[in-house]
Ligand binder design. Structure first.
Ligand code: GRF
Length: 210
């Protein structure tokens, strides 16, 4: 049966959404032994492992050890869910085409950290989240699915983050399901989804009332 390994570093709310969606998760692995998400995974009977990056001399050594653990589960897909480590080229190449990430912005806008603060600073009207295949360029790579939310008057980074996070929890299980069902095909930097609708919906923020 197809399986997924999830990598986390902290809270693990996206991991939780994936587990609650009933996806076949073989293991949850964290670089942070005290990651909150590990407790939830364990309480759901999912095997967990912690591998502390601080105990390795460099990034390559950590990534090599991490890949060795992941590979014991022989996953079809490796899912980064709030995994706060930059991955080496070796690691990304090893899982090419079967490593995905979720990022709290509409990429390619706002790669990196503090996306909600930066969206507010820039005054964008529409913000959101992106699930994408991982390439060696940080927060870049073929986009599988995105969800957009409006930025509202009076938003703080916390209110905006919460609105985006609710959408993350919807799109990540969908992206994983598509992958496991073999519905994603890569053509260059574009992902074709065999089941997706035409996507004719237009998003406007603020809404235009005629
Ligand atoms: C999410 O916003 C995700 O997009 C980003 O890190 C955050 C992780 O949250 N990569 P959680 O640990 O899944 O709750």
């Amino acid at each position: 049966m197809a399986s997924v390994v999830i990598l986390i570093s902290g809270r693990g709310s996206n991991m939780r959404a994936l587990l609650e969606a009933g996806l076949p998760v073989a293991a949850v692995i964290s670089n942070n032994p005290t990651a909150e998400g590990l407790l939830f995974a364990r309480s759901h009977g999912i095997p967990t492992q912690a591998i502390n990056h601080r105990t390795f001399p460099d990034r390559e050594a950590f990534d090599t050890a991490l890949a060795a653990i992941i590979d014991t589960y022989q996953p079809d897909l490796v899912v980064l869910a709030g995994f706060m480590r930059i991955l080496s080229t070796f690691f990304v190449d090893h899982y090419q085409g079967r490593l995905i990430n979720i990022h709290p912005s509409l990429l390619p806008a706002f790669p990196g950290l503090n996306t909600h603060e930066r969206a507010l600073e820039e005054g964008v009207r529409i913000h959101g989240c992106t699930v994408h295949f991982v390439t060696s360029k940080l927060d870049y790579g073929p986009i599988i699915i995105q969800a957009a939310v409006p930025v509202l008057t009076g938003d703080t980074s916390a209110t905006l983050a919460a609105r985006v996070l609710a959408q993350e929890h919807r799109i990540y299980p969908q992206a994983v399901r598509w992958f496991l069902q073999g519905q994603l095909a890569l053509t260059g930097n574009r992902v074709e989804i065999s089941s997706a609708s035409d996507g004719q919906t237009v998003l406007c923020s603020p809404e235009i009332k005629l």
